[in-house]
Design a protein around this ligand. Structure first.
Ligand SMILES: [Ca+2]
Ligand SMILES: [Ca+2]
Ligand SMILES: [Ca+2]
Ligand SMILES: [Ca+2]
Length: 210
């Protein structure tokens, strides 16, 4: 098993899901410092003998993936997989907490969800979420770091995973419901550290455990 030369596993995140439903789990590594600039996600498809020797690289320059690779994006800061739209194929959430939003909102951050399917994870049907997404509460600011940690899980057991994302410097966690078209900002819920019982707002640099 090998990774591209510019892969970096420093501060890497990892998840496994069978994106193409061939019966083999596909190893997924988020490399926020990889890809040469901006970060990368590597997928090593599962085989009968374990993870494939050749990794697929996904960055913001991959066809269909929202955004443009820029130094400091931290694409791949965290990854999480589950079926968000109920089509039976697991989908992949990728945090991009260093993304500049608009012209100037430095490290406001955001996240993307890529769809799984018969060809594995592709850019087809990809969605992007940030503080400009309708329904996501909270004003946009520099250094919110939205997407520093992400998690997909079907908490209400309707067959579609909810999307949870932290914005540590803004003291927030957002929960976006899963729908037939994937997670949506509409009817999303914003929690803060005060919601969790902290007497005052506290930064949330912890990791959402998969
Ligand atoms: Ca597979
Ligand atoms: Ca970018
Ligand atoms: Ca799906
Ligand atoms: Ca659900």
């Amino acid at each position: 098993m090998s990774l591209p030369a510019r892969a970096s596993l420093m501060e890497a995140s990892v998840t496994v899901a069978d994106y193409n439903k061939d019966g083999y789990g596909d190893l997924t590594l988020g490399s926020r410092r990889g890809g040469g600039s901006g970060g990368a996600v590597y997928i090593l498809p599962g085989t009968s003998t374990g993870p494939s020797g050749s990794a697929r690289t996904i960055t913001q320059s991959t066809s269909g993936v929202p955004g443009t690779p820029e130094s400091g994006d931290y694409f791949g800061s965290d990854v999480s997989a589950a079926d968000t739209d109920g089509d039976g194929y697991p989908d992949l959430a990728i945090g991009v907490p260093g993304e500049v939003v608009g012209d100037s909102l430095f490290r406001a951050g955001g996240l993307t969800v890529l769809r799984g399917g018969p060809s594995g994870v592709t850019g087809t049907g990809a969605r992007w979420y940030d503080y400009g997404t309708p329904g996501i509460e909270g004003e946009t600011s520099d250094d919110a770091w939205l997407g520093n940690s992400v998690q997909l899980g079907d908490f209400n057991r309707d067959g579609r995973a909810e999307l949870i994302a932290s914005a540590p410097e803004a003291w927030r966690v957002h929960v976006l419901p899963g729908t037939a078209s994937g997670p949506t900002g509409m009817n999303s819920v914003m929690l803060t550290t005060v919601s969790f019982g902290s007497p005052s707002p506290t930064r949330l640099w912890g990791t959402l455990a998969d």
